[in-house]
Write a protein that binds this ligand. Structure first.
Ligand SMILES: Nc1ncnc2c1ncn2[C@@H]1O[C@H](COP(=O)(O)OP(=O)(O)OP(=O)(O)O)[C@@H](O)[C@H]1O
Ligand code: SF4
Ligand SMILES: [Mg+2]
Length: 327
């Protein structure tokens, strides 16, 4: 199958007074039609910056320095004007991190839908409202009640569902969801995950989900990319990631997620902290925190394929052991 989104050697840098911070460092990945691909990594690993880059929306002082992003064969980074606007909502929509707060507090929910439609040239109000109602039902909200509400009258989980419905207004082929459940309680998180799964099936959507939470990944993803210090450390299908991880960082993330282990006492945070991305250590960026590190790790291992669909950036992946989480 051909990927819908194809990213190659993408580099994004922020030019700061202190120096150049490389937030996305030679990222390559594919997202296939109809799948949910999760990108997981600790805070600061570059997930949001990657998402912005995929929409060619990196805010200054950030800049895409090199690499390619193609969507359905179109060179995204070459798009300008109307073509770029079309790509951003109609092809790929994004639900930004802390999206619940992007709703305008003085605008009723219905006006968010109408405004967004108008901005994109949809002028048939009746049709827009009918579709908006259908979308709200899909995210299990009652249109009659929610349309006339102001954002502050809704709970956090409801606001997040409104934002998800809004992102689908122009029937995009793909949605990028940046931490869609982070600010919510565990029950609401699970509820939203179910809704996303349902929508994916009903609308035949492709989703790219960015999260720091391994339990979210386990619940919803088909395939997983693990990011660390702006780089992809491992890519594989979700079962391989949880049962046969081959990167020490992936193993660390699994063991740091207590709910996955079924036993809080076994929770083991990854020692140390991520490197300063302005002055990262040479070679493998995980080296200062890695129990498998050797002198060889001063050289960049690069992402390489170790089995069908399984990619790892580690010199010692064959030695990496892992006790499967309790399911
Ligand atoms: N506008 C900006 N100016 C300067 N540095 C930035 C900016 N945005 C991001 N960065 C830096 O880029 C790196 C990656 O940040 P990013 O927000 O992409 O990570 P993240 O994985 O999304 O983290 P989180 O889980 O906290 O959302 C970090 O070192 C961050 O400090
Ligand atoms: S390359 Fe070396 S330092 Fe990096 S994760 Fe593998 S073993 Fe650890
Ligand atoms: Mg982020």
């Amino acid at each position: 199958m051909k990927p819908l989104l194809r990213v190659r050697d993408l580099v994004v840098e922020f030019h700061l007074d202190r120096g150049t911070l490389r937030a996305v460092n030679r990222v390559s990945l594919d997202v296939y039609p109809g799948e949910i691909m999760a990108i997981v990594g600790e805070s600061g690993s570059g997930k949001s910056t990657l998402a912005f880059a995929l929409l060619n929306l990196v805010p200054p002082p950030g800049r895409i320095v090199e690499g390619q992003v193609s969507f359905n064969g179109t060179d995204v980074l070459a798009l300008r004007g109307d073509a770029l606007r079309q790509y951003r909502w109609r092809e790929v929509a994004m639900v930004f991190q802390a999206a619940q707060n992007v709703l305008n507090p003085v605008m009723r929910v219905v006006d968010h839908f109408l405004d967004t439609a108008r901005d994109h040239g949809l002028t048939n109000e009746g049709e827009v409202l009918a579709w908006a109602e259908e979308l709200l039902r899909m995210v299990r909200l009652e249109p009659a009640r929610v349309f006339s509400a102001y954002p502050h009258e809704l709970s956090g989980g409801m606001r997040q569902r409104v934002v998800i419905a809004l992102s689908l207004l122009l029937k995009p082929r793909m949605v990028i969801l940046d931490e869609p459940t982070t600010a919510l309680d565990v029950v609401t998180q699970a509820y939203i995950m179910d809704i996303l799964n349902e929508i994916r099936r009903e609308m035949n959507l492709t989703m790219l989900l960015l999260t720091h939470d391994m339990s979210v990944v386990a619940k919803i993803a088909d395939r997983v990319g693990v990011m660390y210090a702006g780089q992809v450390m491992e890519i594989a299908d979700v079962d391989s990631i949880f049962y046969r991880p081959r990167h020490p960082y992936t193993v660390g993330l699994i063991h740091a997620a207590p709910s996955l282990l079924g036993d809080l006492d076994r929770k083991q945070p990854i020692p140390g902290s991520p490197p300063d991305l302005i002055n990262p250590p040479p070679g493998c960026p995980f080296r200062p925190r890695c129990g498998y590190a050797s002198a060889r790790c001063e050289e960049d291992p690069g992402l390489h394929v170790i089995a069908d669909g399984h990619w790892v950036a580690c010199h010692h992946w064959e030695q990496v052991t892992h006790h499967a989480p309790v399911s």
